[in-house]
Design a protein around this ligand. Sequence first.
Ligand SMILES: Cc1cc2nc3c(=O)[nH]c(=O)nc-3n(C[C@H](O)[C@H](O)[C@H](O)COP(=O)(O)OP(=O)(O)OC[C@H]3O[C@@H](n4cnc5c(N)ncnc54)[C@H](O)[C@@H]3O)c2cc1C
Length: 398
Amino acid sequence: MDFKYSEEAEAFRREFRAWLDANLPDSARNGDNMQGEFMRAESSGWEFHREWHRKMYEGGWVGVSWPKEYGGRGASLEQQVVYNEEMARSNAPSLVNGLGIMLVGPTLIHWGTEEQKKRYVPKILSAEEIWCQGYSEPGAGSDVASLQTRAVEEGDYFIVNGQKVWTSGAHHADWCILLVRTDPEAPKHKGISYILVDMHSPGVTVRPLVQITGDRGFNEVFFEDVKVPKKNIIGEKNKGWQVAVTTLMFERSGISAGRDMMNLVNDLAELAKQVRRNGGNAWDDSSVRQRIGGFACDAMALRYSNLRQLTRRLKGLPPGPEGSVGKLWTSELNLRITKFATELLGPYSQIEYEAQYAFDRGKWLYKALAARALTIAGGTSEIQHNIIGERVLGLPKG
Ligand SMILES: Cc1cc2nc3c(=O)[nH]c(=O)nc-3n(C[C@H](O)[C@H](O)[C@H](O)COP(=O)(O)OP(=O)(O)OC[C@H]3O[C@@H](n4cnc5c(N)ncnc54)[C@H](O)[C@@H]3O)c2cc1C
């Protein structure tokens, strides 16, 4: 097996790394550590991330794999992987229009009409328009096809009524990819349409929800007689499920692709070297080193498993349900590592974000609390197990 990248991909790496070194100050190399500030609606984190997004965009480093005609770089799949590796390596902050870049742009490029692509894609890249994803409802999460939000045709418009929940970033969003029921009589997967809704339309109400971390990252969103032009439909009426699944595949593979768990393992090792235990530090304890070694093996296995998928894609095969393996493994490993960090810290793990005496600005408490969310968002771990069992391994339905 040859793990080396092509010379073209390595040249791309050098170019991106040089750009990051020149444009990303050391003080901003906080990567996910900034997530708390970023998600807190009331903080200045939002503006920081918006500014960073703008800088990346001006440098031509947003949506690198998108076709050049829509503002991307037309980067190959291999270059996209290198890009993700360099973002992780440099601990760069995340982009402000994450859902727009990870989900909406690729879905529109795949399914949108030429007019839709020209209208929406450039402003996703530049973060002039921020996007959110309106899938989940109070009675439709894992089984999202049970959704009840209705859209009824009236002249040139759909009139939308209903409620979504857990809508990340809706309080910042200008637009939403919304799943609505357009045929209540049809079997549930066949009566759904995928529409683009202007979040500033009359009748849209956004109410923040507070997570256990204290973040206000997601929301309840209510739609009351919201008028949506019919031309905002993606794909055909009542055939939105296919479009929705495309978005989900981008979401699942995106969740694992953007992370290198080795960074977190290295951070954990550094923590073990600081934490005092039995007159020395935790790192001196061979059982601690063994646990951390185990996490390192898991992180490497994830990296190679992602590369195996890359090989599939390079052979021209589409992203498939295998993306669930990376999503499941990334989120569960993240949970195990951050939980172990709180064990190492003992009572210190309870000291809050940025409080006095907090280790590493209290980031481990934050990360441990936030880790649970990743096992739910984008489809829970149980659902990923089901997908892997049924669609990757071909096991019978349980
Ligand atoms: C941080 C975060 C951000 C999110 N952002 C968004 C967003 O932007 N837009 C959006 O639309 N949604 C978003 N979600 C919602 C997310 O997609 C749902 O929470 C998720 O799909 C689970 O749905 P649910 O919460 O309704 O749980 P349920 O579906 O009610 O599940 C409850 C429990 O039952 C289990 N379960 C359900 N069905 C099965 C089954 N068939 N087999 C085995 N076990 C099962 C689940 O695994 C879970 O443990 C977000 C969630 C989180 C945590």
